[in-house]
Design a protein around this ligand. Sequence first.
Ligand SMILES: C[S@@+](CC[C@H](N)C(=O)[O-])C[C@H]1O[C@@H](n2cnc3c(N)ncnc32)[C@H](O)[C@@H]1O
Length: 186
Amino acid sequence: MSDVLPFFRAWVAHPLRIASVVPSGRALGRLITSQVNPGFGPVLELGAGTGVFTQALVERGIPDSGLVLIEYTPQFARVLQRRYPGAVVICMDAAGLRHVTWRHDQLAGAVISGLPLLSMPPGKVLAILKGAFSRLRSGGGFYQFTYGPRCPVSDKVLDRLGLVSQSIGWVFSNFPPAQVYRLTRR
Ligand SMILES: C[S@@+](CC[C@H](N)C(=O)[O-])C[C@H]1O[C@@H](n2cnc3c(N)ncnc32)[C@H](O)[C@@H]1O
């Protein structure tokens, strides 16, 4: 796949930020987007990388004009904008979400996150979740994958924000195997 080498190079340059040597597989993309429906409204994707989850969203019927893609790595943001010309692509640190506006700035129906939360300090995870939930409609889910056996957001952070987490499944065929959690307001 043509994204493998650029992804690997980005990981060599910034291992903690990229946090995986290869992009996620399509099966993980299908699972993490499986509860998102076109009627929910715009979808906010954090750490979109080269767009594996973005493509799964499009395949679920979300038009690219209904996508807001947040990506820190400039070369990935350029790839995303080229592939999804109707999407809003913002090259920024997702921790600053609360301070940015975009066209059609309406509440999202869901948030899909490929961010490496486990390699971030708790204060940053808190800022990202606060910002994301301030953009998410009531009842909406924040979907996060992890390679670990537990939710990558600590109980302390969940309690502080009034959130609960639930696993929606594993994808053992992914490299590495990955689990998806849904975070919702209590
Ligand atoms: C594990 S990769 C996942 C990429 C893609 N979603 C996938 O699953 O193939 C993590 C992505 O999050 C991006 N990222 C890391 N920290 C970020 C931050 N603070 N704000 C926005 N994007 C970030 C990285 O540049 C990278 O593209």
